[in-house]
Write a protein of this length. Structure first.
Length: 448
């Protein structure tokens, strides 16, 4: 049971328990004026990601006076083993009101991190050593981000909650089979389309005994969460709220108040599905002192955590004078327009933000046919760019800025939020997204 599913159920539990009526939930969810995000008392971070020789330092909590633009929630799934608890799933959920987005970062439990007072170890050991407080401090050290709240969920109630929601339909890519008598874990799920009850679903989200290990499990958990999120938004859930409360109240521990939890849920529920992004902390499998770990790519992880989604598109309207980057209207004379663009765009870099194999090479050939040099192609920091972006260095100068506007006109990009300065850009760069085919058809039409 992962992230927004957990938060959704927790919100139902807390509000219904305190308020006493499911109808109040419906009124709040349908309210025209959304509640503000909760005030927080974040941890002030002195430095961000540490190194092997010099771990990052963490400051002391300090209150803030006004509501923050984002709220970071640590969500952990707990598994009882030999009379104790260990973290079986760890994620950081970022509710970003300024960007109108929710970003969910799953952190593999085998990730090698610095645990304050304990040294370098697997991240799931932090909870064993010092509970939720030490795990929180460890993640602050790792990410350089404050953790405002936590949500802990015990797996014991998971099967009953899934059953109350009517189970889940999932396509299983390959057979999942594992037997652990000591841990009382028995998984045997065939390949193919499956309707899973609670017991089977728990095995699905916990299975990790294949070559992908914890990474495959995180991917399955994210897939499961997407399906369950759709069920949670269904009106058919409303009659089941009392039973959900009874089952889930014993499964959840959090320092969020009922009202704050409701605010977060309402915020997430108001967003389109493409404004909720999930990703896993990047890295690779490796060994240290003969122990297997997930070796995090800390730089890439920090960039993913800081990345903002493109501005939400709105219906066309006159742009105010304060907009700094209006996109020029296309010329009616295609030949003159091409000559002007050739003069404004000397060369561009192309990054693959879609994930299609060979996309950079294909795009480079199209641009080169219209006279624009492409000296470099590569991969973007992730493959989940829904729309194509144009970025350039902040200190690149007016010529590059004008080149960015010309490139936007060439590609048919009319949203100013997709054309921006970025300190990570080495030069004028086009990041191709899932709308790439529209871009290519426009370029090929201009070239014909």
């Amino acid at each position: 049971m992962k992230i927004l599913k957990i938060l959704g159920i927790v919100a139902l539990i807390l509000v219904a328990t305190v308020g006493g009526a499911a109808m109040r939930l419906i009124e709040v969810f349908n309210a025209s004026n959304p509640l503000p995000l909760p005030k927080t008392q974040p941890t002030e971070v002195v430095t961000a990601v540490g190194t092997e020789e010099e771990p990052a330092a963490v400051g002391v909590p300090s209150p803030i006076e006004s509501v923050r633009g984002s709220v970071n929630v640590l969500v952990v799934g707990l598994d009882n083993v030999d009379g104790g608890s260990r973290t079986d799933a760890i994620a950081l959920v970022i509710f970003d009101a300024d960007n109108n987005a929710v970003r969910i970062a799953s952190i593999p439990r085998d990730s090698r991190v610095y645990i304050p007072g304990k040294g370098w170890d697997k991240i799931n050991h932090a909870y064993v050593y010092g509970g939720i407080n030490l795990l929180r401090e460890t993640i602050v050290n790792l990410t350089g981000m404050p953790i405002d709240y936590f949500v802990k969920v015990n797996y014991q109630s998971f099967p009953r909650i899934v059953d109350l929601l009517g189970g889940v339909d999932i396509y299983v890519d390959k057979r999942l089979h594992y037997t652990d008598y000591s841990g009382k874990l028995f998984i045997n799920i065939p390949k193919g389309q499956q309707h899973m009850n609670g017991k089977t679903a728990l095995g699905y989200v916990r299975f990790r005994h294949d070559p992908l290990g914890d990474i495959g499990r995180v991917q399955r958990q994210q897939k499961f969460m997407n399906i369950m999120m759709a069920k949670l938004k269904s009106p058919s859930i409303i009659p089941k709220i009392p039973a959900l409360i009874e089952e889930a109240v014993a499964a959840v521990d959090t320092d969020l108040t009922p009202l704050d939890m409701l605010r977060l849920l309402q915020f997430a529920n108001s967003l389109p599905s493409d404004r909720i992004r999930m990703f896993m902390a990047p890295g690779k499998s490796g060994y240290s002192k003969n122990i297997s770990y997930w070796i995090l790519d800390n730089v890439a992880f920090s960039m993913q955590l800081a990345a903002k989604l493109p501005e939400m598109e709105t219906p066309p309207s006159p742009q105010p004078a304060s907009v700094s980057m209006p996109v020029p209207a296309p010329s009616s004379d295609a030949e003159d327009r091409m000559d002007r663009l050739r003069g404004q765009i000397a060369r561009i870099r192309i990054l693959n933000g879609d994930g299609e194999k060979g996309l950079g090479k294909r795009a480079a050939q199209i641009f080169q046919r219209i006279g624009i040099e492409v000296p470099y192609t590569g991969n973007a920091r992730h493959y989940d760019y829904h729309t194509t972006n144009i970025i350039y260095p902040p200190d690149a100068g007016e010529d590059v800025r004008q080149g960015a506007l010309a490139l936007a006109e060439l590609c048919g990009i009319t949203n100013p939020g997709l054309i921006r300065e970025d300190k990570r850009a080495e030069s004028l760069t086009l990041i191709l997204g899932h709308d790439k085919e529209t871009i290519f058809k426009r370029l090929e039409a201009i070239n014909s």
